[in-house]
Design a protein. Structure first.
Length: 41
């Protein structure tokens, strides 16, 4: 299981992710897509 609550990721003055709430139950397959340099890692 993966869960985030109010996740925020900043790179200096740039906010890549703000207030992300995510729940992926055990056994589910989830993909996160977006442009290069968008902070997916």
């Amino acid at each position: 299981m993966i869960r985030t609550v109010d996740l925020r990721v900043d790179y200096g003055d740039f906010t890549a992710v703000k207030d992300l709430n995510l729940h992926v139950p055990k056994g589910e397959i989830f993909g996160l897509i977006g442009p290069n340099g968008a902070g997916k890692t």
